[in-house]
Structures are given as structure tokens and as C-alpha cells.
Design a binder for this molecule. Sequence first.
Ligand code: NOJ
Length: 498
Amino acid sequence: MWILILIINVAGFLNIAEGIGPSGNCTLLPKGERSFPQNFSFGVSTSAYQIEGSWNADGKGPSIWDEFCHNHPDNILDRTNGDIAANSYRRFDLDLEALRDLKVNHYRFSISWTRIYPSGDISSKNQKGIDYYNNVINQLIANGIQPMVTMFHYDLPIELQKLGGLTNELFIDQFVTYADELFKNFGDRVKTWITFNEPVRFCKPGYGTGRDPPQIKASGIGDYLCIANILKSHAAAYHLYRSKYFDEQHGKVGISLDTSYFFSKSNDNELVYRSLQYNLGILAHPIYSKSGGFPEVMVKEIERNSLQEGRLKSRLPSLEGKWKDLIRGSGDFLALNHYTSKYVERSPQPLGDNPSMQRDYDTIETVDENWLQAHSYWLNCVPEGMEMLLNFIRDEYNNIEVIITENGWSDSGEIEDNNRIVYLKSYIQAVLNAINDGCNVTAYSVWSFIDNFEWIQGYTDKFGLYSVNMISPERQRSPKKSARFYRQIIETRKIPNV
Ligand code: NOJ
């Protein structure tokens, strides 16, 4: 009996709580306390390329997304780009007005690397870029809004890609130098730093399938290498902050990781656990687990697949030795981007011979057709997943502080955005329930503050609480119904009955 418990424990899937399954109706009943703690922080989220526009203003250099959209417009659903976007670079005054109107506690935005270093390298330092973010940060603070800054949200300097980008270990030094610049210039006022946004969403299409820039097709190899280099760069920046800046600045550093939650119709908890490891654990385990390194299940399975392919070693880079120790513990909080859930099943037969992350994962994901569907094909409303995921993180990563850096709903831009309200209501309830379950969640951010450029979907999927008049050069912002709803939550710290 004890041996059996031990085996199950080693397998780890005991951290999959027996809990709520998806009801399918996009609502969640409250349990416990009805109010959020007073110091809980509510905010909204954006990223530089998606909102700033002014793609070559004031010395800014090109990023891989500038190049991709300009040279391959066919790859963007509506053939648009981020050249002007919501023009936040010129009209931050409009953003500030809306942020004040919304009464947010924090604003999460990202810094464009090529505004600070147009070529990616320190030798090209651009004071005008630094001035722009100084102004943004100062105005936020003057209005009682805490800045939460992402250092890298997909917009890699093109010149660094020419050196191999995220597949060259040189990237680590370049990133740390850039991070040093940000800590030095802004760290007296910015107290919450996020090194990278959604590494898997960047590495897999960027260096695996080649769908997104920089369009490197090296499935099952380039994507894992990119992830390993992100882990190393993150850890190096984290330790730089601790050794050089923390004593004076007292801020914290984390990384934004994304995952769906997974349900199994056959109560296969081991499979749910494995799916969470492949999607979240691939970055969270090396940083936040006690033992560090990639999840054991991935190490074993990817090595097995690699040997079967005739290789001499695993396609998954090794994190043993110095790097494993540097990465383990290199996060003061886990920043979570979570939107939706899937059902998972084991795939009946292996997916072909070609190496890929998909083949290593080897799992079928489906959704229930009754789940409320957003405009984005991948997004359904399954609030139970948010509560289950937060419980999983509590148990798996020693109740690390969680800052939810993204959660939101897409539609086609209606001002009476009732489905967004239904979604936000249920997901915010899930967060409150998780807090009542003892999860250490301290902040929540809606993606997104304003409608913006949704990568290869162009401007077709709208996530904003505010719509942006994309026809007028003024790019006026107007609150949708959901902005009013969210403001009420922020003001009352309670979820209204609507
Ligand atoms: C993930 C990304 O961080 C963000 O850039 C994107 O727009 C949203 N989630 C919605 O897909």
C-alpha cells in the first residue's frame, strides 16, 4: 500500500485535485468570502507591438514583427500590421484617460526592445525610446497606477535574429544587457518585472512550425532550443536584479507563462497532469519546482523519441549542472496568462515520424460544442479550469505568488459586449474562489485594455474593454459595456449580479 502511494506521489499527479468538472454554462457559483482582499490588484494588459504603432519613429529599429508584416502581408488574416495600431506611442494621453476612467490599480504593458536599442545591441542606445517609457511610467504613477512591465513580448530586434535570435546562446548576454538598461532607467519606479511573455507561444510558431516570425522551421528542435535559451536568459536577468538592484529598488521579477487547463472525460488524472507538464511545466518546473530541470515525464519521453529517431541524444536540451541551479528559484512570482480549457485524450497512434513538439506531446485536445465560443477559434468559456489551474499551481509550486497577467475574451468589436461580461464574471469568480481555496493570487489583469493587433489574426479578433476608432487618425477610445462592468468590480472589490 505504502509503495503504491509512493509511486503515485513520485508520478506527481496527486496534485490534480479531484474537483469541479466543466458545467458548460460559463458560470461559477461563489464559495466563501464574497470580496477580494483590499490589497488585491486589478489591472489591464497590452503589449508594445500590438498597440504602439509609430513603428519607425524617433529612431526605433525594426523587429521581426515589423519585417514579417511588411514583407509577408498574406500571412496576416486581414493583411494589416502594427505600423499605426492604436497609436499609443503618440496618444498615450488617451490611454491614460481611459485607465483613469477604469480606476485600475496597475497597468501591464511591454517595452519595445528596438526603441531602447534599435539594433538590439547596447551600441545603438536610443535616448528617445527611454524618454517615451519614462513619461509613460511617470504619468501612471502620478495617477496612482502601478506600472507592471514586460521586457520581451515577441518583438525581437531583427538584427539579433540575423545572429540566430533565440537559437544562439549569445542572446542570453544581449538580453541581460537590455534588462540591465531597463532596471537602471526605470527600476526606481517599476516594482514588478516580467522578463518574457508566453515563451511557448513565441518559440513554437517562431522556431518550430515556422508559422510566425522569424519563420524558422525546425520543429521539435529549434522550439526546444528557444525555450531553453529563454529559461537561461530569464534566470540571468533575475540574478542580475537580485545582485545589482534589489537592495535599492525592492522590486520583484517573474515570467508570464500560458496554459489552458485540461479535463479528462475518463478521469485520467495522470494524463491531465502530463498535459499540464507539457504546457506549463516546460517552463514552470525548471523555475518554480523544488527539484528544477524540465519535467521528468518530458525528459524521459523526448529522449525515448529522439533515440527512436536515430539520434544519439535527446532533442530537448539538457538543463543539468550550472544552469539548472541558476534557473531553479529564479522567480519571485509566477505570472499567468490563462484563457480557456480543453478535454484531453491519449492519441490512439503516434503522430507520424517527423520530430515536433506536437508529436512528443502526442495528445488529442477537444472542446465541448456547448461551451460558449469566442471570436478566436481557440477560446471557449470554461471558468472551472481557472480555479483548477490555480489549485494545481498552489500544490505543484509550493503556493508561489501568482499574478494573473492575462485573461480575456474576443468578439468582433461590439460595444454591448455581453458575452465578454459573462466570461469575465465567471473567470473573476473563479479567481476569487481560488483565493478562498488558499491560492496565493495577488493580482488580475484583463487582456486587453484596448482593441489591438492580434498577431496573425490582424484586427479581426477584438479583446479590448475599450474600442479604438481605427478609421480616424485620432484613434479615439470608447468604453464598451464590459469596461463599466469591470470598473464596478474594481471599485467595490465584489462581483456584481448582472
Ligand atoms: C497571448 C499574448 O500574450 C497576447 O499577445 C495575445 O494578444 C493574447 N494572448 C490573446 O491571444
